[in-house]
Design a protein around this ligand. Structure first.
Ligand code: UDP
Length: 330
């Protein structure tokens, strides 16, 4: 079987990807600097190397040594607010990191690259659902770095003859069914883990950032997509690249929007616990509605997300969350 190098394979989405690749029989090498990833997220079946994607010399050794056929790049800084105050750190990690990986791939003639892009490349959309050909106008440095990498990939792939998939994730969430992996951020910023913390008593309440948006209940609407559905879309993309298809750009979402209020209600129903809500001001830079059209991925890859309801997603998050927080339920 061919070998994939998963950069950031000890992180949230990367570790789910590693599991999915191993299940397909792929050989997997994980490169992670453990700045946010967890060593215990990497199973023994994968070879783990602690190192940084910006280390070109390390990459120049790894790619030929393991005869790597495809590189996945999950390693990335992901906090939108932080990117506004620390833009250079985002360009350094997200853009320079991708550049170093692609340079090394070109030197070693690695044929395929799969990039974790983001719905943040669209900024405030003029309409929903968002299709891949809509204007790309990021509203923060995080989204800018993702777009800059996509643009670099377009030109570099044409000049140097590799193919790539740029996968624009909407709101990644959920956890693997056996609850051995899941979302961990310190400090936590994502909605579902924070709501579950309020359910479990780790936090007193959940703050709802803005209730006067132009949406049915006034709170922001997002498209929540399960991390294992994301992983499967990556497998299908890799398969398409290996079969000789050209480079691909796909939105990955469920195609349905849920408001912050609806997410909190789903968490109440799944946990059976009361969740205290506090109204808070809008968070800077939050678009009112982000909903994907994933028609392209559905049609071209035959991808259908398995987890369609919010409850089915939250159930998996809850299983992981209880384990992470030491089995407490209130
Ligand atoms: N949100 C919220 N309270 C929180 C965290 C998030 O109301 O404590 C809202 C946030 O404003 C956004 C939605 O929940 O509308 C999803 O936010 P998250 O940070 O999970 O993902 P994002 O959409 O920013 O990628």
């Amino acid at each position: 079987m061919p070998t994939s190098l998963v950069c950031g394979g000890a992180g949230y989405i990367g570790s789910h990807m590693v599991r999915s690749l191993l299940e397909e029989g792929e050989r997997v090498v994980v490169l992670d600097n453990l700045s946010t990833g967890r060593r215990d997220f990497v199973p023994a079946e994968a070879l783990f190397i602690q190192g940084d994607v910006r280390d070109g010399e390390l990459l120049d050794r790894l790619l030929p040594q393991h005869d790597v056929n495809a590189v996945f790049l999950f390693a990335s800084l992901i906090k939108v607010g932080e990117s506004v105050s620390l833009p250079l750190a985002y360009y350094e990690n997200n853009f320079v990191g991708a550049l170093r990986v692609v340079e090394s791939m070109v030197r070693s003639r690695t044929p395929h690259f799969i990039f974790s892009s983001s719905a943040a490349v669209y900024g405030e959309p003029e309409a929903v659902p968002i299709t891949e050909d809509m204007p790309l106008r990021p509203t923060n440095p995080y989204g800018e770095t993702k777009l800059a990498v996509e643009q670099m990939l377009r030109w570099a792939s044409e000049a140097h003859g590799f193919t790539y998939g740029a996968l624009r994730y909407f709101n990644a969430c959920g956890a693997i069914e056996d609850a051995t992996l899941g979302e961990v951020q310190e400090p936590e910023t994502h909605l579902i883990p924070l709501v579950l913390d309020a359910a479990i008593g780790e936090k007193e309440s959940i703050s709802v950032f803005g209730d006067d948006y132009d949406t049915p209940d006034g709170t922001c609407v997002r498209d929540y997509i399960h991390v294992m559905d994301l992983a499967r879309a990556h497998l299908l993309t890799l398969d398409a690249l290996r079969r000789g298809g050209g480079s691909k750009i796909y939105n990955l979402g469920n195609g349905r929007g849920f408001s912050v209020e609806e997410v909190i209600d789903a968490c109440r129903s799944v946990t059976g616990l009361p969740i205290k809500v506090v109204r808070a001001p809008r968070r800077a830079g939050d678009p009112a509605r982000l909903i994907a059209s994933s028609d392209r991925a559905r049609q071209e890859l035959g991808w259908t997300p398995h987890y369609q309801s919010l409850e089915s997603i939250v159930e998996t998050s809850w299983r992981w969350h209880r384990k992470r927080r030491g089995g407490r339920t209130a």
